[in-house]
Design a protein around this ligand. Structure first.
Ligand code: SAM
Length: 276
């Protein structure tokens, strides 16, 4: 049988493994090792520094869950920023919201954008939408140089190694606070509670010290280590749990729903213990 088994190691003794049919593209960019591969089970898959970023089959879970809980909480999310997110999946979901007048995407690596357009076209499909502005730049610097600009900020970054390491620091969350308008809110992907408990604990503590409303929610993503993924939300004013289910629009989604808007914030006890 052609192809090979790919493993993303999470520890020295645990990894997530899947069969790859062929490598479509591989290169060392200025920032990271980029591999685009075709898998047997999950379609085309983007890897950065050997870590799974997204796959054609399960991408909808992550992208919907970054975008919709926060956009259905803020009453008027006109100006939105995505830090990272160069594959375009979060933007595709943002574009389902008519209230969003402008979405700016700042990814440090133009190669991610280029190869996502080529090999993940149904994920990257809104990158050229006229309501979208794409910038190839460091998200940390963009945040530091933005004041009182955005209603909603979404951090769709790689894990806290390499160019994304500063995006998990307390100073970054403080910068986000200042880049947001007076009733703004943000959400960040914060990895998995099985192997990254310390990270979740730290981010939750940092965000709680800065934002009056802090919430953690989870989703099931089979190709991410452990399958259980967390998202941390910080808000100056609005609380996602105060939104009435009957007021949430039923968008064309496959994972997120009005009922899940509330259900995703119900945490298993061992995760709850990390964020309280
Ligand atoms: N969904 C994925 C996950 O959780 O594994 C991450 C998606 S991937 C599109 C994340 C993106 O963050 C990459 O395209 C990478 O180039 C970008 N990135 C990493 N560090 C960054 C930084 N400092 N500023 C802007 N983008 C950054």
């Amino acid at each position: 049988m052609a192809g090979f088994w790919f493993t993303e190691k999470q520890t020295d003794h645990f990894g997530i493994t899947m069969r790859v049919n062929q490598t479509l593209h591989t290169e060392q960019t200025d920032f990271q090792k980029l591999d685009m591969v075709e898998t047997e089970e999950f379609g085309n898959m983007l890897l950065l520094d050997g870590m799974v970023m997204t796959t054609q089959v399960d991408e909808f879970v992550y992208h919907e869950m970054v975008a919709h809980p926060i956009l259905n909480t803020h009453p008027n999310p006109e100006a939105v920023l995505v830090v990272g997110g160069g594959d375009g999946g979060v933007l595709r979901e943002i574009m389902k919201h008519d209230k969003v007048e402008k979405a700016v995407l700042v990814d440090i690596d133009g190669k991610v954008i280029e190869y996502s357009k080529k090999y993940l076209p149904e994920i990257a499909c809104e990158l050229d939408n006229p309501r979208v502005e794409v910038k190839v730049d460091d998200g940390f610097m963009h945040i530091i140089n933005s004041k009182d600009m955005y209603d909603v900020i979404m951090v769709d970054s790689t894990e806290p190694v390499g160019p994304a390491a500063p995006l998990f620091e307390r100073g970054f969350y403080q910068g986000i606070y200042e880049a947001l308008k007076e009733d703004g809110m943000f959400v960040a992907q914060t990895d998995n509670p099985w192997f990254k408990a310390d990270l979740i604990q730290k981010v939750s503590r940092d965000v709680r010290e800065i934002f009056p409303v802090t919430r953690t929610y989870i989703a099931n993503i089979p190709t991410y280590p452990s399958g259980m993924w967390t998202f941390t939300l910080g808000s100056k004013k609005y609380d996602p749990l105060a939104v009435k289910v009957e007021e949430i629009p039923d968008l064309p989604t496959k994972y997120y729903s009005p009922e899940l808007h509330h259900a995703c914030f119900v945490l298993p006890k061992f995760v709850k213990a990390l964020v309280e």
